[in-house]
Design a protein around this ligand. Structure first.
Ligand SMILES: Cc1ncc(C[n+]2csc(CCOP(=O)(O)OP(=O)(O)O)c2C)c(N)n1
Ligand SMILES: [Mg+2]
Length: 802
């Protein structure tokens, strides 16, 4: 008996020892990568480096507690964690540093992001979901400090939803009974951001399984904690969030970042609390260091005192872990020295392999190009110059693709009209066609669920179809959506209990429960983040922003995070989130905004849809739920009480994306507009017809993407005149539409008059009906603008009005 126990204990100790040694190896490998990485930048092989040195040991502990199905949302210090969960090896680390534009070499972003921005692959090569419960997941990092926080909230909330609604995971790819934890990491200084506090509060309210680690090294680049955090301690000031027995809240834990056994215990405890009870945990990991300073730009000797630097070298977490291992007879100093040396060599070998894998294809391409150029040179009048260019290109030790193209494109100009011109032109075009996708693919989905692939289904009506308040069409359509798609849910300010401020969700909370039709606090950025995180875990969230004017609070997250998800992962992650809001004209400065130019320029990568009525809007939701892309749908704030006919095929009709609709045929001039302004345009068109001017009206409907079939240019071909009308500022979305129609669609060829725009004033819309009349385009403005164009074309027929 006792002998058995001894053997078991001995075995356990052996296992334990093995595990610790393995952890030590991961930490040391990671450290060597940081040290060598910095050298690669300083010698010019890589452009910029930001590394995880000084933060290795807590990440080992986090990785131990991290289970399959879990998600990380963190920042650039987490290379050790990524290595520990098996999602990043040495060669991949360096491929990222060099910017190897191939996702098989740099799985983090295919060379699109600078090193230190981590991700795992949620999608297969067709853009379909992998089984995320069978792998360890990391949502793709972004650079804006605390930008990872809103998404973290949604990643955690998904577990909560799946625990309550297992049917939402039809194919069992996303959750096992909601047992997954979302793990956040952030630097101490970045906790100063509003997004951090907004997320912390929201997770406390929602009680989601989130474990938030703060890596505290007392600095944010050069700025000390005394300028960042009240009392210089995030756990101190968050004490009020501590959960009591009968309240919600957090478990707030603190631990030293160099104390390996304490870290392992702390993370195991945190994991358990979050996973089992869905209670969020904050772990303040103190006394971390930066052995090489913040990044490869600048040196920390400039702003840290000698004492601080001395302390940092003594409290370096790997140094401390090593001492602890020796003191506890886990390894001798000599054994560890051998490990250190072996790993150094491994890292060096991995680095070399990464560099060769990065460089060799470019060198091969260079050889091919040089063959072409040499051949061209022999027949060229500019032989001498071409040969000089070839020899310069050949002499470049480490060529990049830009060198190849610059040389080829400069030589092309020297051989205009010569025999070789066509050959070289062909080479250049082929090369760009071949390489450009490495840098430009996946701004949108490339899967067969691409939104533009979903065909239009028209609404149908029968003899019983009656005119109703338009909000009922939206409401009944959402009802059908929640019934049809168990993975859908909607949340926003006043969206739950009262069914949104315009009753577009009236009665649906009662029917579908408080989690699927939910009220949210006033916090637009994290409402958006909830949507992103849940969409990344297979749900189909609809995040509601109460008014378009308040989308600005969320636009940073839309622009930096949502819009870039597919692009920054080269198609390996997606977040098909629907953002629902309402806007355009109503009343006053902050309830009448239509800042469409700002929005479409900030969110390339998200579809921006501007339905003119509620049937169109409902049709967009139906389309989007068949697709796998994010979109913003802006309903007309003044349209809910207008009458529309109730379709018979609620939930089924679909408004197509990237397709305009001609809502009135006409011969004299094309007006392109969208949203609430269309009603004014339609009114003006009737009045214009009375004096014999017959305008064609096109509803843009979908600003991003816009009119894939070039129907606007086709209309201008018929009318030869173009006016773009909206209620954004001058040069806002009208400038975009003009660029699309006149430049991209080449409508300039058909124009007999100057293409014109009519927009709102540059200032915000003033309050009241007169405020609106003097701020936004009116039917008279549209009438007179069209009339002026016709006057210029035919002054006899249309004498001047003024
Ligand atoms: C919104 C935003 N502002 C500024 C920066 C520039 N910046 C990058 S890292 C950093 C300091 C972050 O410090 P901390 O959060 O403590 O993380 P650490 O680097 O110390 O681990 C700053 C200011 C940024 N990336 N994003
Ligand atoms: Mg810091």
């Amino acid at each position: 008996m006792s002998q058995q126990a001894t053997t078991k204990e001995a075995l356990t100790f052996e296992d334990f020892k093995k595990e610790v040694l393995n952890d030590y190896k991961t930490a040391r490998t990671s450290r060597e990568c940081s040290l060598l990485g910095r050298k690669e930048v300083l010698t010019g092989k890589a452009k910029f480096g930001i590394f995880g040195d000084g933060k290795e040991v807590p990440q080992l502990a986090m990785a131990k507690a991290f289970k399959n199905g879990d998600f990380r949302s963190g920042y650039y210090r987490d290379q050790t964690f990524m290595m520990a969960i098996g999602a990043l090896n040495i060669q991949q680390f360096f491929a990222g540093l060099y910017g190897h534009a191939d996702v098989t070499h740099d799985p983090m972003s295919g060379g699109r992001q600078m090193g230190g921005h981590f991700a795992t692959h949620s999608l297969d090569n067709n853009g379909d979901w992998k089984n995320l419960t069978q792998q360890k997941n990391s949502s793709s990092d972004i650079s804006p400090t605390a930008g990872q926080m809103p998404r973290l909230l949604g990643l955690a909330q998904a577990s909560k939803i799946y625990r309550e609604f297992p049917n939402a995971d039809k194919n069992q790819k996303f959750s096992v009974a909601g047992n997954e934890v979302a793990w956040g990491t952030i630097g101490n200084a970045s906790t100063s951001e509003g997004l951090f506090f907004e997320t912390i509060n929201a997770a406390g309210v929602l009680q989601v399984p989130m474990v938030m680690s703060v890596w505290d090294d007392m600095y944010g680049i050069s700025v000390h904690a005394r300028h960042q955090t009240t009392k210089e301690s995030i756990s101190e000031i968050l004490k009020g969030f501590q959960k009591d027995e009968d309240t919600n809240g957090y478990e707030v834990l603190t631990v030293m970042g160099w104390d390996y056994p304490a870290l392992v215990d702390t993370y195991a405890k945190a994991s358990n609390i979050a996973r089992t009870n869905h209670v969020p945990v904050l772990i303040h990991v103190k006394e971390l260091t930066q052995p090489q300073g913040h990044s490869t730009s600048g040196s920390h000797e400039r702003y840290k005192s000698a004492d601080r630097l001395q302390w940092e070298s003594e409290f370096d977490c790997i140094v401390k872990m090593r001492s602890w291992m020796i003191e506890n007879n886990i390894a001798t100093a000599e054994e560890l020295d051998v490990i250190d040396e072996t790993l150094k060599k491994e890292v060096l070998a991995g680095k070399k392999a990464a560099w060769e894998a990065y460089l060799n294809p470019i060198k091969n391409d260079r050889s091919l190009l040089i063959d072409v150029l040499t051949n061209i040179a022999t027949q060229s009048a500019n032989k001498v110059f071409i040969e000089k260019a070839i020899s310069d290109l050949n002499a470049t030790k480490e060529p990049i693709r830009k060198d190849l193209l610059t040389t080829a494109r400069k030589i092309l100009r020297m051989i205009i009209g010569e025999n070789g011109q066509q050959l070289l032109a062909q080479w250049i075009q082929n090369y760009i066609d071949q390489i450009q996708p490495s840098f430009s693919s996946h701004l949108f989905s490339q899967s067969n669920k691409k939104a533009e692939n979903i065909d239009e289904v028209l609404p149908t009506y029968d003899e019983n179809s009656t005119d109703v308040d338009a909000r009922l069409i939206i409401r009944n359509n959402f009802d059908k959506i929640f019934e049809t798609y168990p993975e859908t849910l909607i949340f926003g300010e006043d969206s739950g209990n009262i069914g949104d401020v315009n009753q577009g969700l009236e009665g649906l909370q009662e029917k579908y429960g408080e989690m699927r039709v939910a009220d949210a606090g006033i916090r637009e950025a994290t409402i958006l983040g909830q949507g992103i995180g849940m969409a990344m875990r297979g749900l189909r969230p609809i995040a509601e922003i109460q008014y378009l004017d308040y989308l600005l609070y969320a636009i940073q997250i839309m622009s930096d995070d949502l819009a870039t998800v597919q692009y920054r992962t080269a198609g390996k992650q997606k977040a098909p989130l629907i953002v629902r809001t309402r806007g355009h004209r109503l009343e006053g400065i902050w309830h009448s905004g239509s800042p469409m130019g700002m929005i479409i320029n900030a969110v390339r990568g998200i579809h921006v849809l501007v339905p003119r009525n509620m049937t169109k809007a409902a049709g967009f939701y139906n389309t989007l739920l068949q697709a796998d892309e994010p979109a913003l749908v802006i309903e007309c704030l003044n349209g809910y009480r207008l009458k529309e006919k109730m379709p018979t095929n609620i939930g089924e009709f679909k408004t197509p994306i990237g397709v305009v609709e001609t809502i009135k045929q006409g011969a004299d001039l094309t007006i392109v507009s969208y949203g609430s302004t269309l009603r004014i345009v339609e009114q003006a068109a009737k009045e214009l017809l009375e004096i014999g001017i017959d305008v064609e009206i096109i509803d843009a409907q979908s600003l991003l993407p816009f009119d894939n079939a070039n129907n606007c240019a086709k209309s201008v071909q018929k009318t030869n005149r173009l006016l773009v009308v909206d209620e954004d500022v001058p040069g806002g979305a009208t400038a975009y539409l003009l660029q699309q129609i006149v430049d991209k669609q080449e409508a300039y060829k058909f124009l007999d008059s100057k293409p014109e725009t009519l927009s709102a004033k540059a200032h915000r819309p003033a309050y009241g009906t007169d405020g609106d009349y003097f701020s936004k385009p009116s039917a008279e403005d549209v009438f007179e603008k069209v009339y002026a164009i016709m006057h210029e074309a035919n002054p006899t027929k249309y004498p001047s009005l003024y």
